[in-house]
Design a protein. Structure first.
Length: 248
């Protein structure tokens, strides 16, 4: 049974993701994606982008000649994705429960989207779905924030911004005992000359590398390589965010 993750809770923040984070994040990740994934895929490969957000990475991959399908549970994020990458195919679906046939050379998930899957059983379901969607010898690349990241810089840290038409503030906290992080967000948005307030909460899970590797192998991925996101040439012993690259 799936936990009660409510993807509509991401809709009020979708505009901010689209206007503030998406382009910058996709641009910063692209060199690692090229090094760890793209150079091993055929030209015009079919790539599935899970937790695709507002489609900025899909747009960049389309520009490189790949054929892109994106999945996200937020209807509003998918709306932006269709605007940002109109040549891609986008599906509103739960990554814990999607069913696609084996037709993809590569699957990718970035910006720690899978940390929003908040228990290992459900993360394993995601891995099963990805494994099924991949062609033989296909590659799955994703990043995850590890428990030590949340331990080191999350407790009561805050972010925010003010624009002419909206303002937002975000507070983060982490329970070491539960290995669950809480993101409380307040947004004020100018709609029809009136300021409207939205209060939303997201949960994230702090995973350990060993348990992720075990889950990947349990669904069939026998070759899995790990990299430190801060520097892919160094080991992951001290990594706070790790890339996993898995071969079917």
């Amino acid at each position: 049974m799936l936990s009660s993750t409510c993807y509509s809770a991401y809709d009020p923040f979708a505009r901010i993701i689209n206007e503030t984070w998406g382009t910058e994040v996709s641009e910063s990740l692209l060199p690692d994606i090229e090094q760890l994934l793209l150079k091993y895929l055929p030209q015009e490969a079919q790539i599935l982008d899970i937790c695709c957000g507002a489609g900025h990475l899909a747009h960049k991959l389309l520009q490189k000649g790949y054929k892109i399908t994106g999945i996200d549970g937020s209807e509003k994020l998918i709306q932006y994705a269709r605007e940002n990458a109109p040549s891609a195919k986008f599906i509103i679906d739960d990554v814990r429960d999607f069913k696609l046939t084996s037709s993809f050379h590569g699957v990718i998930s970035t910006d720690c989207g899978l940390n929003h899957v908040i228990n290992l059983e459900e993360l394993t379901n995601v891995f099963k779905n990805v494994y099924t969607a991949l062609l033989s010898d296909g590659l799955f690349m994703f990043d995850l924030s590890l428990d030590r990241r949340y331990q080191s810089d999350w407790n009561n840290s805050m972010l925010g911004d003010i624009k002419d038409e909206y303002a937002w503030a975000l507070r983060r906290s982490y329970s070491s005992e539960k290995t669950i992080g809480t993101i409380d967000i307040t947004i004020f948005e100018l709609i029809n000359d009136n300021w409207q307030r939205h209060d939303i909460t997201w949960l994230v899970k702090g995973y350990f590398q060993a348990q992720v590797l075990s889950a990947l192998k349990s669904v069939g991925f026998q070759k899995v390589e790990c990299y430190n996101k801060d520097d892919i040439l160094t080991g992951t012993d001290d990594a706070i965010v790790a890339y996993f690259v898995c071969t079917k």
